[in-house]
Design a protein around this ligand. Sequence first.
Ligand code: TRP
Ligand code: ZN
Length: 881
Amino acid sequence: MRSEDGQTIRLEDYRPTDFILHSMDMTVRLFEGSAEIDTRLVLERRDGVAEDVPLVLDGDELTLTGLVLDGTALAADAYEAAPERLTVRSVPARDRFLLDIATRIVPEDNTKLMGLYRSNGIWCTQCEAEGFRRITYFLDRPDVLAPYKVRIEADKAAAPVLLSNGNPAESGDLPDGRHFAVWDDPFNKPAYLFALVAGDLDSIREPFTTASGRQVDLVVHTEKGRAGQAGYAMDALRRSMVWDERRFGREYDLDVFNIVAIADFNMGAMENKGLNVFNHKYVLLDPQTATDGDYAGVETVIAHEYFHNWTGNRITCRDWFQLCLKEGLTVYRDQEFSADERSATVQRIGEVRKLKAHQFPEDQGPLQHPVRPTEYREINNFYTATVYDKGAEIVRMIATILGQDGFRQGMDLYFERHDGDAATIEDFLACFEAATRAELSHLAVWYNQAGTPTLSVREEYDAAADRLTVTLRQSLARGAAGTRTDPVHIPVRFGLVGSNGQDKEATPTHGADVEGDVIHLTEAEEVLVFENLGEKPYLSVLRDFSAPVNLDFPQSEADRLALARLDPNLFNRWSALNDLTGEALLRACREGGATAAAPLPPEIVDAVLATAADAALEPAFRAQALALPAEPDIARMLGRDVDPQIVHEVVQAARKAIGTRGVQVFERLAAEMATPKAFSPDAESAGRRSLANAALAYLTAATGDPAAAEAQYASASNMTDRLAALAILVHRFPDAPASQEALADFYQRFETDELVLDKWFALQATIPRVEALDTAITLTGHPKFSLRNPNRVRAVLGTFAAANQLAFHRQDGAGYRWIAGKLVELDRLNPQIAARIATAFRSWRSFDEARRDQAETTLRQLVETQGLSTDLRDILGRSLK
Ligand code: TRP
Ligand code: ZN
């Protein structure tokens, strides 16, 4: 959206700015229909920069209304002001100078939701990555850091609350019913962390005392009347602050920490210094309107943004190629927080499912890119699962390789060495090497090459010699990105499980580098030999998914069934089961669905049921054991010529088989796990609900009768149970009168709650059948549908394209064509969201020929559309490569 010509930005071209920024003072005057922004920059030419080099500031759709250099208004020929650039020709050669810039913008017209905009009347900002340049001309890049002082003026009735970064300084009244507030941020920061919020907000407040005794005021602001839904977010914030002190020794550093919940927001939330701005989906909750998944999401996002205060804000990124430096690391930190607050195994299963569902297909298709890319056209398109989640996996591998103590030492050094810096991945890795004397050159390769490596494992047991030989190989297909394929450091956590269910002493007598329970595979191939085992052990590899690889290990079904029962590593008990069901389903799909009547052998069904019934295991884990691999996941594993209809039929048949064989187990579980009257969002209670609802789904699949779901819908005392029942009704019995009645009832109950209505829209957009296209078209005609609210757009267009395998990937191409038309409309309003939704096309080459042809035709037509944004063209162009 920034550069009309969409030129490529390259990592290798990085160089520091020609001018140094010393400080930034802003005054923002807000009016109905416009905003006036005055800034005063203290600048200085960098040593060694020639005297004739002009000062060039970034802009985006800006109008300059004033320009003063060292107190003198500049003549028209002394500068050039374009919407996307301000060039000031003669600025002082050596001394510091003052530049006063005035701009005028219209927040009401800002539909891109980048820069300063209005959401339900509230003035708010979003500046990452390049939104600040939509507010004023600036050196808008992350390596330009300065202290900011911000004065906000607005009508007192329209905006009694005026917020910006840092600590509050003065405030007071002005003539004409207006008032002002001044905010002072003493910490150097880049412009992407600037924020301003003004509006009529409600709030809740709580004091917090840091480990060293600093008093902090925590405030969560919401739209009028919704502060009662902010309590859990506040609780999660307090727990995050305590955790970061304990686990990483990191304290909060300002007098106030403000969070604001906003209805119109492009992503989840934003870590602006001292003033986090959130999509209200990740703040507002109560048992009647939010599911357990929503609670977990709020906890995660609150923690994530808070943790950015150190990993992102105190230490920021030198350039946007280093985005994973803050995002991968901060995701790792929020994952560890959730693991500590909830069940570590269940948390890890969830992370791996998500990685395989989103990051693996991205990494194995045309949109693949290294965790640290080397070039981009539009940085907004690189806030990806690869940067975030594979980035977090790399940090996790560092922790696995160094151990928790070594990892902490490296992190301590990172905070000590780079506080206040705009750093790089090299800086980060150097801290771990310096603190532990480890050698991370093979680990570093993970940042630079795209694609998911395959880890092949082969085992051979010589009974006469009582010798187990394990061969490990790694390989990486040369991808579309044309990246090199060097061996990486793959930490393989493993165990040799005896028939008694205990790990054997596992020190290899020959080969590879093994430390405790981790094999360090750094070569293309390594062989390990274990002796004196007493029996053939069950080989449990890649425990806790210790590396983000495709595992190719043709382990016998008998061994896997044993591991599903015995493995002391719970994560691998789950993965043994999941691999067994996944491969059986895959086989059925490959056979064209012919075996769909019985895609799962009875011994596998029994293993699943035994785990589900095992009272020694926590309910959330048992629910995970019952969750079959998702249809897109099976499609990804099939890899080519995918017919989603067959995948769907096979999964349906498997569901019915498990349900039928397990009726007694499920009836018992449904009764045992039923929710007690008083709702509690804790992980244990949520786990019980998820197991009960899994049981309900299987029972319904077995009987083919919606009655039980109908009853639960009617009697539900919380949103988790209500929505689970509604999903069964709407997805399994879309035409049943009971389903239509429940949908109508749901709408009526929650008509005024936009967040709940998003669930109502999404549920219908994801009905698994080709006719759901008509449903989705109808939904976009609903009076409550709007292309201006990203949550609503995601609920209908986003879920339809990304999660409705049958309707989006219709063989006649109608799903593709409809989404393409909507993207053109959406792109004119909000290119960032349009580009995001367009990524649903990314796996088009893996479908069968008819679908492939339809997708390609649609994409080629779409990319030729006049006036598309750089964002959307970038995604379409790369998808077609
Ligand atoms: N940095 C934010 C986060 O943690 C995400 C973000 C990037 C964002 N760009 C944005 C949020 C644009 C909203 C709009 O994770
Ligand atoms: Zn983040």
